[in-house]
Design a protein around this ligand. Structure first.
Ligand SMILES: C[S@@+](CC[C@H](N)C(=O)[O-])C[C@H]1O[C@@H](n2cnc3c(N)ncnc32)[C@H](O)[C@@H]1O
Length: 246
């Protein structure tokens, strides 16, 4: 069980207590601090109110409101989709349920190493590693269009706590996305990917710039200030290295 899963399981246990203090008593110092912060977090409360599966929904809502990543009719691949909050947002924004009859109907495919509970309007590939060629093949089979308009990635590997190593692992996942783009992202498509800031961030940015003329660094308000998490938004995909201007 990852640290995130462990903490979420503690949160669920605590939600069963009427008195959170009672639940906090039995936890270690780190768990106690994490849980206290989690229970006070306004985005956690808002996620509950709006029926989002977790607070991360607000990061995508915020990015999409500002940068217009998702449009009705778009095909979206959501990498690292569990528990499914980004997919919930994507289903609404691309009109995957056909709720609005006046705009095109989109498609959302979520992929994760973990199980993802079913969600109306989304197709999920659970227990699937995005870096596995078998997963790529399945994605291609499931996409209703030849290629997707948008690849979202909020993926996060199991953190070891060694900052440099965790950074490297996530950067490598982002590189795999870039490699996959050749087969599954349409020309002029978009990638939104999370990374943990560090030494190799510039390298990833440069690799993105080889295929996307527009690359922006985004730190949403809803992303915790003390988290190293940042996003690259890359638009207007082209398959090939464009000549650099001298
Ligand atoms: C922070 S969570 C994503 C939360 C999600 N965006 C949401 O809103 O519900 C990160 C996820 O990335 C997944 N992940 C990490 N490495 C992966 C890989 N190689 N392939 C697929 N999923 C991966 C983890 O299993 C985890 O569920």
């Amino acid at each position: 069980m990852s640290r995130y899963q462990r903490m979420m399981s503690i949160t669920l246990q605590c939600q069963r207590f009427h008195n959170a203090a009672g639940c906090l008593k039995s936890k270690t110092g780190t768990e106690h601090r994490w849980l206290e912060r989690h229970l006070k977090d306004p985005f956690v409360k808002a996620a509950k109110q709006h029926n989002y599966r977790c607070r991360s929904a607000f990061k995508l809502l915020e990015i999409d409101d500002k940068h217009k990543v998702l449009r009705p009719g778009f095909s979206v691949i959501d990498c690292g989709a569990a528990p499914g909050a980004w997919s919930q947002v994507a289903v609404q924004r691309v009109n995957a349920l056909g709720t609005d009859p006046n705009v095109p109907v989109g498609f959302v495919l979520g992929v994760d190493l973990l199980h993802i509970s079913p969600l109306k309007g989304a197709v999920f590939l659970s227990n699937a590693d995005i870096t596995d060629p078998v997963t790529l093949k399945k994605i291609q089979e499931l996409l209703p269009t030849e290629k997707a308009d948008v690849i979202l990635s909020d993926m996060a590997p199991n953190a070891t706590g060694i900052r440099e190593l965790d950074h490297q692992k996530l950067i490598n996942l982002c590189f795999s996305l870039l490699d996959m783009s050749k087969s599954i992202l349409r020309p002029s498509g978009t990638i939104l990917c999370k990374f943990w800031d560090g030494r190799e961030a510039r390298l990833l940015q440069n690799r993105l710039l080889e295929h996307f003329p527009y690359v922006r660094t985004i730190k949403p308000q809803s992303s915790r200030k003390d988290s190293a998490e940042v996003y690259y938004l890359a638009k207007l995909y082209h398959d090939g290295v464009k000549c650099q201007k001298h």
